[in-house]
Design a protein around this ligand. Sequence first.
Ligand code: NOJ
Length: 542
Amino acid sequence: MDRPTPDPDALAPTAPRSPASLAWWQERVLYQIFVPSFQDADGDGFGDLAGLISRLDHLSDLGIGAVWLTPIYATPFEDAGYDVTDFTQVGARFGDLPTFDRLLAGLHARDIRLILDFVPNHTSDRHPWFRESRASRASPRRDWYVWRDPGPEGSAPNNWLSRFGGSAWTHDARTDQSYYHAFLPSQPDLNWRNPEVRRAMHEVMRFWLRRGVDGFRIDAAAVLAEDAALRDDPPNPDFDGDTPPPERFRRLRTDSQVVTLDYLAELRRVVEEFPDRVLLGEVDTAPDKLPGFYGEGTRRLHLPLNYRLLSVPWKAAALAGAVDAFLDALPPGAWPNWVLGSHDKARIASRVGPAQARVAALMLLTLPGTPMLFAGDEIGMPNVPVPVDRMRDPFERLVPGYGLSRDPSRVPLPWTAGPGGGFSAVEPWLPAPCPPPVAPVAAQARDPASLLSLYRAVIALRRRRPEFRAGGYARLRAEGGVFAYARDLDGVRGIVALNLTPSRLEAEVGTGRILLSTRPGRGGACEGRLCLEPHEGVVIAA
Ligand code: NOJ
């Protein structure tokens, strides 16, 4: 008798799945490209789409299955492109629509999907919608943004703070009202409570979906709508002298509002008008809120991006605990995902050091769920200090003294050992140190012991062995500096054992054959008690 097929919507996140049932976004490795720093082709010092086309071999050789591009739209570039003046135009610094179509075709020809950054929460203050909105209180687009009368004596309408420092309200003398901005004053928030705004943004999505994009990463997905009554945020009880001022209050009235979840469900319905597309979302939320973003009964995001591994102490017990806590927080049917880097966070190689960066690679690619790799992490790019006079991220300038600049993880990638690292023929928009801080892509591609070769090998292993894509997850140990887990599928067990310490350790993890190690050249059998070299991670076929 046939076994009944389990309902994927009812499965625990740690349960095995049938490999054939997985969607592309569940089994592939996703790769985030910060476009301004990937490859410049037109010689203006900024990465662009033509440059990306010239680097497609790197993506195929790495073995990733989808790319997420940071914003490529028309923009004055005050926040690295997250300040958009036209959502359906490619910005001139990035290229044009025909080049975009060429890129999409080139990616699809290599069986690589394309995910665009969708920035629905705000526009640039130079967007024609905002120009119209601010022109007069009677403007038909007035209500497309969040305008309020000032408080007593011209004060802000309430205590909400911008994430980039100062009040989240900017007073506009022309009409004597203030507009709300979760980010920079030059990034006014759209009013998502207005159905015309929602319709306009749905049309933006359809524009790109019709062109053939495979999905979106929704920027600031948890903050689309604010408390309608504009109630003050309460003080943050953890605020002390070391906390950056924008965190003085807890963002209870602007983050994760119930109505925002309704708007995300609408976005999901839009992508479902097209077959086989995906919605990722930037959602930094408490565990109890996570199920709502996946959707309970209602479908919302396929993958609310999970940044937990970036803040947890890099120790076996803490990592294992963070993995369990995340998996426990997921509702039935939800698919996990793991992120180890982004253009907003410190580079993993700097955080954990080059030796542990290899362990991190192995873990990222073997935990249950979809891995998201940040371009540059595959060659171990560290944070690169950027001198004050070259700084581009407004965050540090607006909230000085806390080391908040995101520029160090955004510098151009080194492709070759030549001047500018092969990124650009001219001085790039952010410094490209010469010599590069790590061996460039070309050198690492030739070196079987490089981090790049390790990434390629582990991605190839995922492709060959379905237990690492679809297998169940069970923690085996998290004590004594070793984090080990099993991935089980139809009687096949893969074991991953990670030494998080600089010491040689022995651990009881099971018997089997070593398939791969972070230390080149290691092979052989494991007879139950495994000896792990300092900073070594291994994969065992049990
Ligand atoms: C999140 C993006 O990742 C970040 O880079 C940007 O500054 C803010 N959203 C505002 O769009």
